[in-house]
Design a protein around this ligand. Sequence first.
Ligand code: UD1
Length: 421
Amino acid sequence: MDSIVVTGGSELRGEIPIAGAKNACLTLMPATILSDEPLTLTNAPRLSDIKTMTQLLESLGAEAASMQDGQVLTMSSHNLDNHVADYDIVRKMRASNLVLGPMLARLGHAVVSLPGGCAIGARPMDLHIHGLEKLGAEIELKDGYLHAKAPRGLKGAEIELAFASVGATENILMASTLAKGTTVIRNAAREPEIVDLADCLRKMGAQIEGDGTSEIVIQGVDRLHGATHPVVTDRIELGTYMLAPAIAGGEVECLGGKISLVESFCEKLDAAGIHVEETERGLKVARRNGRVSAVDVTTEPFPGFPTDLQAQMMAMLCTAEGTSTLHETIFENRFMHAPELMRMGANIEVHGGTATVHGVEKLKGAPVMATDLRASVSLILAGLAAEGETVVSRVYHLDRGYEKVVRKLSSIGAKVERVKE
Ligand code: UD1
């Protein structure tokens, strides 16, 4: 297993290109199931999660090809000949459950393994199931698999989500594009990845309005056709690299970034004393004077502060002047990075869903362990300004969500290397 060794203390300067969004790509790829014509995605990120989704689609009979070093993906679901999404693939990645809605809509039946628990919380699928049942699906849980069928086809319905779940909104949205009649999704998730999915589905011939708001209205059509679609910029990768100069000092331009993708996050950076400017090429971030100030953060569905940036934000707040509180409202067990940051000298108390971070002047490098995707990158960020060497082990989590992280950080002057253990 590889580790990443970070030697802290260098100011960061330069530019970092931000990739296409992992979470958008993971929902755009299953959309290919809805049509028998090819779907081409450009600006795809090169990540192990994307390979896992490719494997899953191939296991269902889809064909996939990648070009331009993986940045262009073409998938065709002309010959879907398997309707079982196997546990061996699904357990690797929760987003595998996004094949359920499209398979039901296109084939009329699907058997999809439940993804199981995950390090950051239970993550059930009740909202996905409720929505698809409203569309006329019959779903049963047997031997760890969801057995879903729609013997009379899917029919438009009014669906109110008890929580604005991203995955449930995506599954229901995809399924309803081919349902008979009108579907209304109330309390829908408003994330940019949902808007990107709706944009792509519209290119494929779907009739969708209201994406980006809490009410999405879909008029079902008989069939969808092929399309080419560029994946939206990864707002979580963007926020992560914006924190690098905020933590280590210096000035970095994140190419492709836009304030609209990270507005609530930028408000917190501003309150902490970080300068963010939108340029023609992206977002320029600078920390000019002294320590950052403490801020309070509550994670919320979009447009609120993203849970996927909470760990990285905590890394910055460890050395802020004053005491910050972080309330995690989306996942119940998402502070596993806190004890690791404490190994580096951070002063953090965790009580349930709230972490209180008393800022210290400096962190000290230490051996630490990555526990999940966003936690691993938060430890690297913390290491950028720590005294001495931080060795982050179990970095395979990183490959799921950050492409070329060592190269990108080195290019702005960070001392980072990947070593074999
Ligand atoms: C997506 C993102 C993930 C991000 C999360 C929240 C992808 C591939 N992943 O995950 O990176 O952290 O949004 O922004 O896009 N829930 C239920 N029942 C359900 C579905 C969800 O109780 O049927 C709960 C979950 O347990 C969790 C919360 O709702 O506590 C948020 O989940 P959801 O918005 O569905 O996140 P994902 O789509 O899994």
